[in-house]
Design a protein around this ligand. Structure first.
Ligand code: SF4
Length: 71
C-alpha cells in the first residue's frame, strides 16, 4: 500500500493540484482537499494500492510541496 499525504497548513490554495488531478484533489474553502481522505491532525491522508500518475504530477507541481507520497 502507498499513502498520499496532504499537509493542509502549508497549502496556499493555488489550485494546481485540482487542475492536474481532479480525481483526487479539489479546492474547498481556499485549501486543497484530498477526496476520500481521512483527517489526521493537520493533514489529510489516504491509502491506495497504487499511486495514480496524476497524483505524482500534482505533487511535483505543488509550489508549497505539501503533497507527499509514501510507499
Ligand atoms: S498545488 Fe499545493 S499549494 Fe496549490 S492548492 Fe494544491 S496542495 Fe495547495
Amino acid at each position: 500500500m502507498a499513502k498520499i499525504i496532504l499537509e493542509k497548513s502549508k497549502c496556499i490554495g493555488c489550485g494546481s493540484c485540482q487542475v492536474l488531478c481532479p480525481k483526487f484533489f479539489e479546492i474547498k474553502d481556499s485549501k486543497a482537499h484530498l477526496k476520500g481522505s481521512q483527517t489526521k491532525s493537520d493533514n489529510e491522508e489516504m491509502e491506495t494500492a497504487e499511486i495514480d500518475d496524476c497524483v505524482k504530477e500534482a505533487a511535483s507541481a505543488c509550489p508549497m510541496e505539501c503533497i507527499r507520497i509514501e510507499n
